[in-house]
Design a protein around this ligand. Structure first.
Ligand code: AMP
Length: 115
């Protein structure tokens, strides 16, 4: 756990959040500033600063991160209509919180452009 990391603090239960799922490796909670009716962040509980920090050995973790998002999309009722999964990396990628997280966005038609 990184002491100053807000998402590590959420994972440790030190900061409240609207948790929708967790297991040994992942935590999923609702974004505090939702950009869509369904906006969930899925994080690995272990601190990884961004996708830029990932190693080859973590490929299984990354695979399970996406499977977790897929399962949540089904649970939240957006799988049939469709949804978007986003990982921002670094300043130009729009990453604000330096703890790897996958955005699950759904429940409305999302803009065609990626920005
Ligand atoms: P990113 O720009 O990809 O780093 O996304 C960070 C996301 O974290 C933003 O959508 C924020 O609204 C969200 N966020 C920041 N702090 C919290 C928090 N305490 N609880 C839930 N979501 C948060």
């Amino acid at each position: 756990m990184a002491k100053e990391c807000i998402f590590c603090r959420i994972a440790a239960g030190e900061v409240p959040s609207d948790i929708v799922y967790q297991d040994e490796d992942f935590l999923a909670f609702r974004d505090i500033s939702p950009q869509a009716p369904i906006h969930i962040l899925i994080i690995p509980k272990t601190h990884i600063a961004s996708s830029a920090e990932l190693t080859e050995e973590q490929h299984e973790l990354v695979g399970r991160l996406i499977i977790t998002a897929k399962n949540l999309a089904e649970k939240e009722g957006v799988a049939k209509e469709g949804y978007r999964l986003v990982i921002n990396c670094g300043s130009e990628g729009g990453q604000v919180v330096p703890h790897l997280h996958l955005h699950l966005l759904g429940g409305r038609r999302l803009a065609d452009k990626l920005g």
